[in-house]
Design a protein around this ligand. Structure first.
Ligand code: ZN
Length: 289
């Protein structure tokens, strides 16, 4: 019984996610506020069934999501993985009969063994659930997305880079809506440990032209204003030239997870001198330094 009191020490706002219909046949499952390991997913209804966009991370997240999807009473035909990070791909086994779509980079990463100890160190709040995830595993990519493609009548897949070397976005033009994956973090500090902050910031010029409504990988729904704020932050990380203290005050001041500043600034500085290495602060965060 007292176990129910666990977590009361943490005062961050917690909302119970639910399948929310944003537009005709387009649902989002927002896990807010969207901190480390806590991401968003989506569902798009087409004539033949459903396309899932990302699958969350651990069972306590994806089981309720998959149950809500089942309530829609339509077959799950496709699972699109916007990129390979575990907080987006952990629930692929919940959709056993769907094709799994992802970039070549996502496919390659999912074929690697899970770096379980790194996950446990970096996302210690989920440490016990990662043991379960290691057993359930993740499904491999069955269909590679290596160029822009019309996936269904409604969904256009758009490859991108910036957050990782193999991001994919899903545009639903009839609803003027874009599932941006982790190319967008709203109200949450982005994480570029495998990304390129400069390229990412440039890519956001494309993102704002695509749709008015943006579903981010982390945080609440947004639009051009939120994308421009994210772009400003990423440019500030590049301009900081390795000095995290050089990030000025800005609309990012209230964002959560600002401890990622160091990772982002280090990563931008490494890339500026042609070094594609993981930032030292990230290595430390995953227990490898
Ligand atoms: Zn990510």
């Amino acid at each position: 019984m007292f176990g129910d009191c666990e977590g009361l020490g943490s005062l961050r706002p917690v909302t119970t996610p639910a399948l929310e219909e944003l537009a005709d046949g387009i649902y989002v499952w927002l896990q807010l506020p969207g901190e480390t390991g806590v991401s968003n997913a989506g569902v798009i209804v087409d004539w033949d069934g459903l396309t899932i966009v990302d699958t969350l991370m651990v069972r306590s997240q994806w089981e309720p999501f998959a149950a809500a999807v089942k309530e829609l009473d339509k077959p799950v035909k496709r699972v699109l993985l916007t990129h390979a990070h575990i907080d987006h791909v952990g629930g692929t086994t919940a959709f056993r009969n769907a094709m799994v779509l992802g970039s070549p980079a996502t496919s390659a990463l999912l074929d690697q063994p899970m770096p379980l100890e790194a996950y446990k160190t970096y996302m210690s709040a989920f440490a016990e659930e990662f043991d379960d995830l290691e057993i359930s595993g993740t499904r491999p990519v069955s269909h590679i997305v290596d160029g822009a493609a019309q996936l269904t009548n409604r969904i256009e897949l758009l490859p991108a880079t910036g957050h990782t070397g193999g991001d994919v976005m899903a545009l639903v033009a009839d609803a003027d809506l874009l599932f941006a994956g982790d190319l967008c973090f709203f109200g949450v500090t982005p994480l570029a440990f495998q990304g390129d902050p400069a390229t990412w910031a440039d890519m956001l010029d494309v993102v704002v032209e695509l749709a008015d409504v943006i579903v981010p990988g982390h945080g609440p729904i947004g639009g051009e204003r939120e994308v421009r704020e994210l772009q400003g932050y990423l440019r500030a990380c590049v301009d900081a030239r390795g000095d995290v203290g050089a990030i000025p005050s800005g609309p990012w001041d209230p964002w959560i997870d600002r401890d990622r500043d160091t990772i982002n600034v280090e990563r931008a500085a490494l890339l500026a001198r042609g070094d594609d290495a993981l930032p030292p602060s990230m290595l430390k965060a995953i227990g490898e330094a």
